[in-house]
Design a protein. Sequence first.
Length: 278
Amino acid sequence: MKTTVDRSVVVVAVLLMCAGVSPAAELHPIVDVQSGYLFGATKDGEWVKADEAAKAVSDKTTFVVYSLTESLGEVKGGTPKSETGPCEGTFFVGLSDKPEKGAIALAAPWNALPRKLRPLDTTQAVYIDAVGGFLKAKGIIEPKVKIDSIFRVDLDGDGEDEVLVSATNYFSEDKSVPMRSPAGSYSMVLLRRVVSGKVETQLVAGEFHPKAYAGKGSDDDASFDAPNAYRIIGTFDLDGDGKMEIVIGSNYYEGEEITIYRCDPNKVEALLSVSCGA
């Protein structure tokens, strides 16, 4: 039986091959600019793990670098490398340039920053009260509220702004993260949004320590709990659906983790995460 081939399909396939485009080009890799961590990628609305995304990145891959508030231009990527030791399983991408304010690098044709974060005054009573109330609900009876940043942004593109609040207090003068959590300490990122006409507060990421960590024995690994400090890295449309994901970083005394979250009104979901540390 003779098979008829559409010549237009053949022509397109040949042109793509000549341009160096393969099916992997459908993947849109995501890199943390400052660390070089490869989160993974998106493909047709799906989230792809780093080991699969690494196959789509080379020294010819073009990324657009974004800060919290603007596009910083294009850079070239490098072949991802998988490290050993404390970073085992994490892929690193060497970028041709690493702008000081760069946060996320994305290899995709759409604008990942359709709406910008707008900073707000961290001393506003409404947010201090909201953070204090949330901490009390987590068992910290007399919270010492310490807000690091507040940002307003329309995450969904529906014309209704959401507010992101990051707050951390480990009672250290230099803002360092201790090996053991003191009583009443905490770190978190909250999302405040209007749901069905009512303001609701969601926890995006965080931890709370009503009591001081006392250890669990003589074993070295049990002598500290290595609390985390959480911070807002930015909000970006990383899958091209017009809605913005929230990127949160956390660090403890000898390691860090960065996670991409989707925040729907009824659920906060971690999509991709990278980490390095003991």
